[in-house]
Design a protein around this ligand. Structure first.
Ligand SMILES: NC(=O)c1ccc[n+]([C@@H]2O[C@H](COP(=O)([O-])OP(=O)(O)OC[C@H]3O[C@@H](n4cnc5c(N)ncnc54)[C@H](O)[C@@H]3O)[C@@H](O)[C@H]2O)c1
Length: 323
């Protein structure tokens, strides 16, 4: 079976890398016992930390690391994350959940730090721009300080937004970007740019091992429905039986990535020798093509769950932007 009953087709792959039968629900409800027995107790049991581990990407990363048999400490202040995203691990001997704001220093013993703590969607990071800046600057400094103290390797979850409104397409890692330092998105774009700068300063000056992943649009279970970006917008409109809204001609491109592919990329990068920034990005698709993909998927869901089918796309004039 392909694993799509009530959830997303590839949820099984997201968690255990196999076409298993038990993870049929997008939230993984009722699978705790199965997950626990499938945890690889013979794994390397490296102590790792995931900041932002109760969020959308962080919780999937936590699932993978736990399934691989590591000891995982999730550090989160639950600004946008939810305890229920990781509650299936609570009580497991390899798992710890710390309610902590990375803007404050953290003292734990770990070998690797996946530093994801930061709001990611425009409504969330624009809600409190000063806090977004503090999280990405002071928070990253604190995590780099921790990495230095305990000799850990740190992977920063950076973003395609470091390229701003890019003047070249597609962007390769050596493109420096085109960012407005005083615009409404600057708290996030510039915050991430400084976070990258900090990583390389700690690498050069203090010998801290760093990895920098520039992440593009990611979707999948546990993403925020009010994320404000195109995937969740399409899904919400489709579920409500409304036409899908496209700003501009629909010929603009987006890079969409399923969350399990991103998580595999993050783990591969962390364990690689590559210390320069890496774009974690699938092939770009035109929005018109993406609509057909989502429509097909949503119609499948509609046929199975008796929700209204999406109507054809409605094209709206407007400015286009990568995310
Ligand atoms: N999802 C995407 O498409 C995307 C794209 C580019 C980059 N990223 C990056 O990936 C990371 C994770 O994104 P996501 O989509 O899972 O977002 P998310 O909002 O679901 O998760 C972020 C997590 O960080 C936590 N957090 C925020 N501020 C914190 C703080 N000060 N201290 C401790 N925890 C804090 C939140 O509570 C949440 O659990 C972010 O760093 C984001 O910038 C994501």
């Amino acid at each position: 079976m392909d694993g799509r009953v009530n959830g997303w087709r590839r949820e099984c792959r997201a968690l255990c890398g196999q076409q298993c039968h038990f993870l049929e629900c997008s939230e993984g409800v009722g699978v705790k016992a199965e997950l626990w027995t499938r945890t690889n107790a013979q794994g390397s049991r490296e102590p790792l930390s995931v900041t932002g581990g109760a969020g959308f990407v962080g919780s999937h990363l936590t699932d993978k690391l736990m399934m691989d048999g590591h000891e995982v400490t999730v550090v989160d202040n639950f600004f946008t994350g939810r305890k229920r995203n990781v509650e299936h691990w609570i009580g497991h001997e390899n798992f710890e959940l710390i309610n902590h704001d990375v803007v404050e220093p953290l003292y734990i013993e770990v070998d690797q730090i996946y530093h994801l703590a930061s709001p990611a969607s425009p409504p969330n990071y624009m809600y409190n721009p000063i806090k977004t800046l503090k999280t990405n600057t002071i928070g990253t400094l604190n995590m780099l300080g921790l990495a230095k103290r305990v000799g850990a390797r740190l992977l920063l979850a950076s973003t395609s937004e470091v390229y701003g409104d890019p003047e070249v397409h597609p962007q390769s890692e050596d493109y420096w970007g085109h960012v407005n330092p005083i615009g409404p998105r600057a708290c996030y774009d510039e915050g991430k740019r400084v976070a990258e700068t900090m990583c390389y300063a700690y690498m050069k000056q203090e010998g801290v091992e760093v990895r920098v992943a520039r992440i593009f649009n990611t979707f999948g279970p546990r993403m925020h429905m009010n994320d404000g970006r195109v995937v969740s917008n399409f899904i919400l409109q489709a579920l409500q039986g409304e036409p899908l809204t496209v700003y501009g001609s629909g010929s603009q491109t987006r890079a969409f990535q399923y969350v399990s592919d991103l998580v595999n990329g993050l783990v591969a990068l962390m364990n690689s020798n590559v210390s320069s920034p890496v774009n974690l990005v699938p092939l770009e698709e035109g929005l018109n093509k993406a609509i057909h993909y989502f429509r097909k998927e949503l119609e499948y869901q509609a046929n199975n769950q008796y929700i209204p089918k999406p109507k054809p796309a409605r094209i709206k004039k407007g400015r286009t932007r990568h995310n």
